[in-house]
Design a protein around this ligand. Structure first.
Ligand code: UDX
Length: 458
């Protein structure tokens, strides 16, 4: 027993990686998926994480977890103001992260650490790791295409595109076709200068790192990836889609498995799946429009409504009483769904989404056409690419109107005019799956990443 443990330690000597995820689900999920991928390649995994949104270590008995203080009060942790939360976290976590990393590196009973893999938003982490003589590889959890626009913020400010003016929303963004000014990944905030600084720090520190990992693949974002490679002069590793490496999904919120049992009772390609990820919310009026758009489409729907998703409500109070019965039980509403399994289910025929990058990539990987209703930041770029570049969905441009939702659902799922979109979805799904197979671009990029990390030992 001791011998085999000794041999295992010997084999994995020098192959420990420290991962530092940002504690928002859209960032934590892909980092944990990446951890699983790297673990399957023989690396030991240590995760440094905040108390806020801490991953459930019981789900990952093969990793070592080290919590650090994030200094958030209860009120700060539950704020809906994501920028404010990120600004607090990127200040509060610097010293606890430094102490934790230094402690890990000085522990001689563990295998030596090869490198740090940190979320791009943790912009301070590279300097900390540098001071401890540890290389940093950055994980960027959103698309390469939106990253390019973030990188151009100084130019967009110089040219007067930013801050966005309401009178210019429809103008094309000449430097980034087919984006328009309204697609710039900005957010609604009164702390604009702080937002620009956070974006600049994220881009500059990614550029100064030893490499960037992308949850994307060549066939999807060839041009953006090539530009980044050329401009940044550091290795980049597009190894996505992460969630397709393993059949098990991350369980960061309690998932309602009634979703799958309900989908099992529905006809193939008949169901609209509706989810707005982990952060976005809707006003009551928009929520009601959405409900009637779904109802009037006559298609069955599976709708994720997180508690607090409707601004000012606990959960489903604004829904007219008896709504689901009125429409003949055609809808199923849950608080959280096993999204990977849902999108892969044969009953699902369209995805009404806020166009978060994970959701976009998960939908593309399963060949599900999208109805895009982007809310903020990179979601706007993703939605534009879905509708105008990859053409695997439509974007609702005029806000949430029941007639438009109904029309988009019918177009994507029933009408002949949606056939080309459905065909392109199948073809892109094939590419998303092929890139992970031997000889595929993501397969090769992962091999390159492993060799690159291994080169840090010598
Ligand atoms: C955020 C940003 O909004 C997004 O634009 C950015 O690209 C990443 O960070 P989020 O809004 O949560 O993420 O959206 P998304 O990127 O789509 O991530 C949501 C994740 O939660 C997905 O992996 C999805 O599979 C999962 N999910 C969502 C579930 O597992 N169940 C659900 O019911 C809803």
């Amino acid at each position: 027993m001791e011998n085999s443990r000794g041999t295992r330690l010997q084999q994995s000597k020098g192959r420990r990686l420290v991962l530092f995820p940002l504690p928002l689900k859209g960032h934590l999920n892909p980092m944990l998926e990446l951890a699983n991928i790297l673990h399957s390649k023989g690396f030991s995994i240590t995760i440094i994480h905040t108390h806020f949104n801490a991953p459930n270590s019981d789900d990952y008995p093969h990793f070592t977890f080290h919590p650090i203080s994030d200094g958030l009060s209860e009120g700060e942790a539950s704020t809906g103001d994501i920028l404010h939360l990120l600004l607090l976290l990127t200040v509060n976590c610097v010293e606890p992260f430094r102490d934790c990393l230094a402690r890990l590196l000085s522990n001689v009973s563990e295998e030596p650490v090869a490198c740090l893999v940190a979320d791009a938003i943790w912009h301070f982490s590279r300097l900390v790791a540098d001071s401890l003589k540890l290389p940093t590889i950055v994980l960027r959890t959103s698309s390469a295409s939106s990253f390019l626009v973030f990188g151009a913020f100084p130019l967009l400010r110089e040219k007067g595109y930013l801050p966005i003016q309401d009178s210019r929303l429809e103008e094309p963004l000449q430097e980034f076709p087919p984006l328009r000014i309204k697609d710039i990944p900005a957010i609604n905030t009164c702390e604009l200068e702080a937002f620009y600084q956070l974006v600049a720090a994220m881009v500059n520190e990614s550029k100064a790192s030893s490499g960037i990992i992308w949850n994307s693949f060549e066939d999807l974002e060839q041009s953006a990836l090539a530009t980044i490679h050329q401009d940044f002069h550091i290795p980049i590793f597009p190894i996505g889609p992460f969630h397709k490496y393993s059949p098990t999904s991350t369980t960061l919120s309690i998932q309602d498995h009634s979703s799958i049992a309900w989908l099992d009772t529905q006809a193939p390609n008949s169901v609209v799946y509706v989810s707005f990820g982990s952060i976005a919310g809707l006003d009551e009026t928009d929520f009601i429009e959405m409900a009637w758009g779904l109802a009037n489409s006559k298609q069955p729907f599976l709708w994720v409504v997180r508690p607090g998703f409707i601004r000012g409500s606990e959960w489903l109070e604004p829904l007219p009483s008896g709504f689901l019965e009125t429409i003949g039980g055609r809808g199923h509403i849950v608080k959280w769904a096993p999204q990977h399994e849902v999108l892969a289910h044969p009953a699902v025929g369209a995805f009404c989404t806020h166009s978060g990058w994970n959701s976009t990539l998960e939908s593309i990987s399963e060949g599900v056409p999208m109805i895009c209703l982007p809310c903020f930041s990179d979601q706007k770029v993703n939605a534009r690419y879905v509708s105008q570049v990859w053409r695997v969905g439509v974007q609702l441009e005029n806000g949430l109107k029941r007639g438009e939702i109904e029309g988009a659902i019918r177009r994507l799922m029933v009408e002949k005019s949606g056939q080309e979109i459905r065909d392109r979805c199948i073809s892109l799904k094939e590419k998303a799956n092929l890139c992970l197979k031997q000889g595929g671009s993501s397969y090769q990029a992962l091999e390159d990443l492993i060799s690159y990390i291994s080169s840090f030992f010598f």
